[in-house]
Design a protein around this ligand. Structure first.
Ligand SMILES: N[C@@H](CCC(=O)N[C@@H](CS)C(=O)NCC(=O)O)C(=O)O
Length: 203
């Protein structure tokens, strides 16, 4: 297997955290997004959508969605389970993973892409007013998560899962997206401190 990775990009970071939680290493090749390496012919042949991460399997097939890559890794290395153990747990993990991806990760990523000067070449034209619209959406989800985290340790359950990985990567991106984290969210803050201390998450 070969994982195409970009060290500072949030989506590949999800896969790297997932691998670290499994204590698994696989060969990686870095793709420099700032130099537009993902748009060259060689990388387009790997992933026609010109995005990272991409995982090339031993038979040459290519997986290109972060969560799909993580699911495949889970199938190879089931312990510890990060997508839930049984059907019921898996359904809840999926629900939370999607909620966090669409309602937190996406608005934070869009605010980042449409406002950060370093992304001007990748996201052209940038629309600062669109970034501005995303910030309250992300904050609304943070408030919702704060209420939920009052009654359990992690996002989907008392176990750490893929939903926590997506959420912590989004929270860390808020700094670059200039999304302010509301100060009055004690449960989210407790969760973030605990998750940030995991060796897989420490940058
Ligand atoms: N849905 C994809 C999204 C991947 C994605 O957006 N990757 C970003 C880096 S975090 C990228 O490659 N961007 C390239 C570009 O915007 O041109 C996934 O989850 O893997």
């Amino acid at each position: 297997m070969l994982l195409y990775n970009t060290p500072l990009a949030p989506n590949p970071r999800r896969v790297r955290i997932f691998l670290a939680e499994k204590n698994v290493t696989i060969p990686m090749r870095d793709v420099n997004l700032m130099a537009h390496e993902h748009k060259n012919e060689a990388y387009s042949a790997v992933n026609a959508l010109e995005e990272v991460p991409a995982l090339v399997l031993d038979d040459g097939a290519v997986l290109t969605e972060s969560v799909a890559i993580c699911r495949y890794i889970e199938s190879l290395y089931p312990e510890p389970p990060l997508f839930g153990r049984d059907g019921r747990e898996q359904a809840f993990v999926e629900m939370w993973q999607r909620r966090v991806e669409f309602r937190l990760f996406a608005p934070v990523a869009l605010a980042f892409r449409h406002s950060h000067p370093a992304l001007a070449r990748l996201e052209s034209p940038q629309r600062p007013e669109f970034a501005e619209l995303q910030r309250p959406r992300a904050q609304q989800m943070m408030r919702f998560l704060d209420q939920e985290l009052a009654s359990r340790r992690f996002i989907a359950s008392d176990d750490f899962t893929i939903a926590d990985i997506t959420a912590i990567v989004a929270m860390d991106l808020t700094k670059f997206a200039r999304v302010e984290i509301p100060p009055d969210l004690p449960h989210l803050s407790r969760w973030r401190a605990e998750v940030s201390a995991r060796p897989s998450v420490v940058p």
